[in-house]
Design a protein around this ligand. Sequence first.
Ligand code: NAD
Length: 469
Amino acid sequence: MDIALQERLHLALTAQRRAFDAERMPSEAVRRDRLQRLLGMTRQHSEALAAAMAQDFGHRARQESLLADLFTVESAARHALKRLRRWMKPRRVETPLHFLPGRNVLMRQPLGVVGIVAPWNYPYYLAMAPAVAALAAGNRVLIKPSELTPATSALMARLVGECFAPEEMQVITGDAEVGKAFTQLPFDHLFFTGSTPVGRIVAQAAAKNLVPVTLELGGKSPAIVDRSADLALTASRLAFGKLFNAGQTCVAPDYLLVPRELAEPLTERLLAEMRRMYPRIAGNPDYTAIISPRHHARLQGLVDDAAQRGARVLKSHVDHPDDRRMVPTLLLDVPADAIVMQEEIFGPLLPVVPYDQLDDALAQVNRGDRPLALYWFGQDGAMRDRVMRETHAGGVTVNDCLWHLGQEEQPFGGVGASGMGAYHGEWGFRTFSKEKPLFIQSRFAGTRLFQPPYGATFEKLLGLLKRIT
Ligand code: NAD
């Protein structure tokens, strides 16, 4: 391993730790100031950041950057600023009768120095939204963004360098090697967003130092269409959810489960909706390109593999884009062993899988790893409740796609192979805090009666406690 790199990382961590040790419980005013600077930085440089993302993707719809990378960070920062005082306040916790007049208090304390590792698909949001939570909770932050978005990562490093002291927050750019060295640092908490295979490696690296981790990973998120669904509405919302950022979204619907008799009509409507939203693919400023030639080739490989195994390939458009934009593609009659049914797709391809009974659809979902998201479309409340009870997922949107991710009042995070831990709003504040229970004993306390020498009083009291608790 590169000794100079390790040394650079250790120096950055040590400087932050020293600064944290000098101010272990930053005041509300200090935290507010940090959040305001992050907010100001985001607002002031929105267009430049969107341009950097466009450069990194080859093409990134400007509106997608403004909505999904910039507005989201702004709104997370404003939400935190509004609720910071309440989040920081120690909480009174109920105290059982036999401990009175002692009292319980739960205090929220910053952890120290936290590491954030971000992926490329929403490069600003996935680096800065966790940073909002970490700063609100009073921590120092080191961020390692993705090497696949070099322009955005470099701009982020420069802007953070201008708006924050290096011992407050710092961006360390670099490739997977840097990521590897970064995740071996003895942070007080490591927050990783990325793929499940890399998440596994990161968890192992963190375990060596007993660093607690939050893992925001991916997986195959199903969309289940019920017989009671409004097909027109379902098609329009699925097309949006699948093609936003050209399907390069952790919570994009990965594959569709559709009642057999609805598979053809829904496919037709989906293709029509895709053409309505994107009248053309080649040169369309609203349609984002695939991040790299390697990812483009991987997606094309998924289509070829499915086709070779007998799948029907339906493209929404006849265009031939001459850049990395990829024509949306529906895949029908896909055999279960096709790679597209094994791996997370992360692009504008959508297998349409028919089912006869809901049991079959649920069995298919439950055979796989627990997904990051699940979508259900329909009007039949009993069916919906059954699907919610009998499947696991990191989060759910009913009758639409993606939008549960925008809820600051709800936790966002995976389950099983799609991740562990959560953030957004107060959930993020708690992720980056130690919730420290304090029991404040009073001068006169009944607990004295439990002290030795043990005798009849002890037995009587224990008997009484058993009856009243
Ligand atoms: P990735 O796992 O390849 O990379 C993520 C980050 O980890 C990058 O910064 C990379 O440099 C770093 N890295 C790579 N190898 C490493 C190693 N051995 N040790 C430490 N760090 C290493 O993921 P990606 O391709 O950038 O992103 C796509 C994946 O992220 C998809 O699976 C997607 O579902 C997932 N994702 C999840 C969420 C979520 O919120 N749960 C959000 C976006 C993306």
